[in-house]
Design a protein around this ligand. Structure first.
Ligand code: CA
Ligand code: CA
Ligand code: CA
Length: 217
């Protein structure tokens, strides 16, 4: 994977070889909560110095995470993921790297199903000590939610000044991510295995059962 971008290079350098599946490069116009990109398949665990909690403690080997390298396209970005519950972190990194930097703003929604969402939190600027490494400027955003119920959640990215509500970023009072802007975003939680992963696990168990049975014959 090669990118002609300082930001992508910085982000990618932080993703360990074993966890390269945990790096997602977004170029999609995911412009609404309903059209959020599902990043479940990119969730992984393995040491990453830029993945941490609100106090700056590293979380990368205790929880699942995905590092997103996002590129603006004159729209907002939304990323959807399943959580087994507990802690959820959304952590903007390296976004004030020039010349492609900007002042980001993020929000988290709960996906209530049936096209309904509930705004849980939003943030513009935060301490660069939160989220372990990666933030070079307090314009980077950070949200940590604890004690969350299992379910599906969405993280949205916009440009300051923006205002979120239960239907997403309020288009009349929000600023999109312009086409030449780039950002790094860490999403951290306890992931939920996807149906395909379950199917593979069950197939594996079935195969093991068959082999055990055959051995007994
Ligand atoms: Ca970080
Ligand atoms: Ca950060
Ligand atoms: Ca900001």
């Amino acid at each position: 994977m090669r990118f002609a971008s300082t930001l992508a290079a910085a982000l990618f350098a932080m993703v360990p070889a074993l966890a390269q599946a945990a790096f997602y490069h977004d170029q999609t116009p995911s412009n609404s909560l309903a059209a959020a990109v599902r990043v479940d398949a990119f969730m992984g665990r393995g040491f990453n110095p830029d993945v941490g909690d609100v106090l700056g403690n590293n979380l990368s080997t205790r929880l699942d995470w995905v590092t997103i390298f996002g590129e603006g396209d004159g729209a907002f970005d939304y990323f959807s993921f399943g959580s087994a519950g507990g802690t959820i972190v959304a952590d903007i990194d390296y976004t004030m790297l020039f010349p492609d930097g900007f002042d980001p703003q993020i929000a988290i929604w709960r996906d209530l199903g049936g096209g309904s969402f509930q705004l849980l939190a939003e943030n513009d600027d935060f301490s660069i000590l939160a989220g372990a490494g990666g933030s070079l400027h307090p314009f980077d955003s950070f949200i940590q939610l604890d004690g969350m119920a299992p379910g599906r959640y969405v993280v949205g990215v916009a440009t300051f000044f923006s205002q979120a509500n239960n239907t997403g970023w309020d288009a009349g009072r929000s600023s999109v991510i312009e086409g030449d802007r780039q950002y790094g975003l860490q999403i951290v939680t306890t992931a939920v295995p996807e149906p395909e992963a379950y199917a593979m696990m069950l197939a594996g168990l079935g195969l093991t059962g068959l082999m055990l049975r055959r051995r007994r014959d």
